[in-house]
Design a protein around this ligand. Structure first.
Ligand code: PMP
Length: 404
């Protein structure tokens, strides 16, 4: 299949005003992507280390996903939640085998999956813990933008934005087990966290903390819920980030990388935690065959023998190069795992200045995310080549030398 390049078109020619504004975006419109590269409407190219916010597992427009979508689109698009379809069953089966969890609910976004996990925990509390409904979550956590997911989040400002919050989410401090123990009471049903807090700036829960949480929740009969929306599906070099700590959660949510660019998310749970009864949960698009076919194509690649070890090796090499840059700039080594990394720069605001300069550099641009004023987040496609990663390092090096 060949596509002819669209005629160049200036930003001003797009009726952008029709979009409801909700965030600052650069005056660019992206029209095409292939692998690690994006092209804007003027024909300018960018090496993309944001990849749709850690979504495009296999880069832009991967052939395997395009083929799966095309085949499925001409066979069966949608049957709704009241009827079974083959791709949804195959995807649920594949996810249970990969995770060791027993059952799957399919959703459309990370926030929706987390809403499902929160409802599951509340139902579990009602059935098995005398009506307990509290879910202990963490300061600086990010679980999405629905009202309950915002209430579960610990992002500064979320507590007053759209107040009143959904109650029942007391906040503990990451990597401080005593701060969790202090919040546990008869009202507690579950503990919920990200193995790496992505939106907080790529802040890791230590393996020791994850193991201590697993021990504590098992002893007390509480659910341990892991939000792997950003860390799951190979992003950290393991299929799921919690595997590094040698633990298994009771409930896990996935999103982003699962669809490799199409919107799909999932709630996975152990049998003991699966307490939904008819009428408790649903959604028109749950298990939509089109998006399930895409997710199956992504998993075929990521779970293939050798894919993740090779990616983890490329990532480790790249991290060494980034750590050398960080050291030169007076910062600590990178945080994160695999291809979810943050370069920490001691000068506040420099991350945004760098991100802007890299995007607008002469010649081709580089897209990175200033997740915090002093942190640059890097989340390239898992199949980004060693040469592309080296090019990104060279451009970062150049920009760091030129930007205060
Ligand atoms: N959980 C985590 C850990 C996330 O990083 C995000 C998105 N950044 C979400 C949930 C929400 O996902 P979505 O935007 O698909 O609703």
């Amino acid at each position: 299949m060949t596509t002819t390049a669209a005629a160049p078109r200036a930003f001003e020619d797009f009726p952008v005003r029709a979009l409801m504004p909700f965030t600052q975006r650069p005056p660019l419109v992206f029209t095409e992507g292939r692998g690690s590269w994006l092209t804007d409407s003027t024909g300018r190219r960018y090496l993309d280390l944001v990849q749709g916010w850690a979504v495009n597992t296999l880069g832009h427009a991967p052939a395997d996903v395009a083929r799966a979508l095309t085949e499925q689109a001409s066979r069966l698009l949608h049957v709704g939640p009241g009827l079974h379809n083959a791709p949804a069953i195959a995807l649920a089966d594949r996810l249970t085998r990969l995770s060791g969890l027993d059952r799957v609910f399919l959703a459309g976004s990370g926030a929706e999956a987390n809403e499902g996990a929160i409802k599951l925990a509340r139902k579990f509390g009602r059935k098995h813990r005398g009506g307990a409904h509290e879910i202990i979550t963490f300061r600086d956590a990010f679980h999405g933008r629905t009202l309950a997911a915002m209430s579960a989040s610990g992002k500064p400002g979320f507590d007053t934005l759209f107040a009143p919050q959904v109650p029942g989410f007391p906040k503990a401090t990451l990597n401080d087990i005593e701060s969790v123990t202090a919040l546990i009471g008869p009202g507690t049903a579950a503990v919920m966290l990200e193995p790496i807090q992505g939106e907080a700036g790529v802040v890791e829960a230590t393996p020791e903390f994850l193991r201590a949480l697993r021990r504590l929740t098992s002893e007390l009969g509480l659910l341990l819920i892991l939000d792997e929306v950003q860390t799951g599906i190979g992003r950290t070099g393991a299929m799921f980030a919690h595997q590094r700590a040698g633990i298994r959660p009771d409930v896990m949510t996935l999103g982003k990388g699962l669809g490799g660019g199409v919107p799909i998310a999932a709630v996975l749970a152990r049998d003991e935690a699966c307490c939904f009864e008819p009428g408790d949960q649903g959604g028109t698009y749950t298990g939509n065959p089109l998006v399930c076919a895409a997710a199956l194509a992504v998993l075929d690649v990521v779970a293939a023998e050798g894919f993740l070890p090779a990616m983890a090796e490329r990532a480790a090499h790249w991290r060494d190069a980034l750590d050398a840059l960080a050291l030169r700039e007076g910062g600590p080594p990178c945080s994160g795992q695999g291809l979810l990394l943050a370069l920490q720069l001691p000068q506040p605001g420099r991350a945004q200045r760098l991100a802007d300069a890299l995007r607008d550099r002469p010649g081709q641009g580089l897209l990175v995310n200033a997740v915090r004023p002093e942190r640059l987040r890097l989340m390239p496609a898992l199949n980004t080549s060693a040469d592309e990663l080296a090019l990104a390092t060279a451009w970062l090096d150049e920009a760091l030398r030129a930007t205060d």
